[in-house]
Design a binder for this molecule. Structure first.
Ligand code: ZN
Length: 302
């Protein structure tokens, strides 16, 4: 059980690829002195080599995929059955939460990010990207991009248990980057891109914390069109397990057989869990201030 069955989905919230890019051409990856920033769930600058250029063309008002999805994804029951419908419901739940929470916490109005579910590869405002980079957020077009096939990889390749909140966490993390774009913390990732206490790691851990903030705030809130329902201990554990599965130390150990903190970009497994939980438990944006935290292993709010 996750979304309440009676939840009303708005399939038009989510596109199917091509996005709403603004035609920012990015040639030759990182070359040419162009600053290129995408922030993903998994990889640092290394992951960006999949981006080689792109024209950010919109694929049109409604594709066949979107039409089919609109027919299939209508209620909370559909969201609990189909992963893409779940992403629609999750995006709506995130909108509901941040629309309310952000002005209250910061005085800033929430601007809805785009959400594009793509297959294989897509054009974005940050250039062309393939699924190999994992889910990511492009600040140039303020859009979160995700290939739902990633959720299988999360289990098979990264060894996560899976589960509804684990999948929802992934999109909530990308929305976290969007919130950071709005409140002005996202840029630290680029200024200081690598290392165990780098700006990048602090940005990523803050995005995890913002994901937790949403989960804790949206759970049990029945006021909107979409109702996330209560979060069971099992679901919470699965989300924490997903956060742990994509920690830098875990990924490095698997892919290169050793851990090199000097190359950290997202934070260690334990840190990702802790910061998600800090947001979840406190419901307090201040608890997500990873930039003032002296010890990233010990969020002050916990
Ligand atoms: Zn991220």
């Amino acid at each position: 059980m996750s979304f309440d069955d009676s939840s009303q989905l708005d399939a038009s919230r989510v596109g199917s690829g091509g996005g709403r890019g603004r035609g920012i051409a990015v040639g030759g990856g990182l070359g040419g002195g162009l600053l290129l920033l995408i922030v993903g769930l998994l990889f640092g600058q290394d992951g960006i080599d999949a981006i080689t250029g792109g024209d950010g063309q919109d694929t049109g008002p409604q594709t066949a995929v979107e039409q089919e999805r609109a027919e299939r994804c209508q209620t909370g029951e559909d969201a609990n059955r189909y992963t893409d419908c779940r992403m629609i419901a999750t995006a709506q739940s995130l909108d509901q939460f941040w629309e309310d929470y952000l002005p209250q916490a910061t005085g800033e109005q929430y601007v809805m990010p785009g959400v594009e579910l793509f297959e294989g590869q897509t054009n974005t405002g940050c250039g062309a990207a393939s699924s190999a980079v994992g889910p990511f957020y492009c600040p140039a077009d303020e859009t979160a991009y995700l290939d739902v096939a990633f959720f299988d990889e999360l289990q098979t390749q990264f060894g996560a248990e899976g589960g509804p909140l684990a999948e929802e966490y992934v999109l909530a993390h990308e929305f976290g980057h969007h919130i950071q774009n709005q409140i002005g913390t996202l840029g630290y990732a680029q200024q200081d891109p690598q290392g165990p206490e780098s700006g990048a790691v602090r940005v990523e851990l803050q995005a995890d914390c913002l994901a937790g903030l949403w989960a804790g705030g949206a759970a049990g809130d029945t006021s909107g069109a979409v109702d996330l329902g209560d979060i069971s201990q099992e679901e919470l554990d699965q989300a924490l397990d997903a956060a742990s599965a994509i920690g830098d130390d875990r990924i490095q150990e698997t892919t290169q057989g050793r851990v090199s903190p000097e190359n950290f970009t997202h934070g260690a497994s334990a840190q990702r869990q802790l910061w998600f939980y800090a947001g979840y438990r406190t419901g307090d944006l201040d608890a997500c201030d990873t930039f003032s935290a002296r010890d990233l292993n010990a969020p002050p709010a916990l």
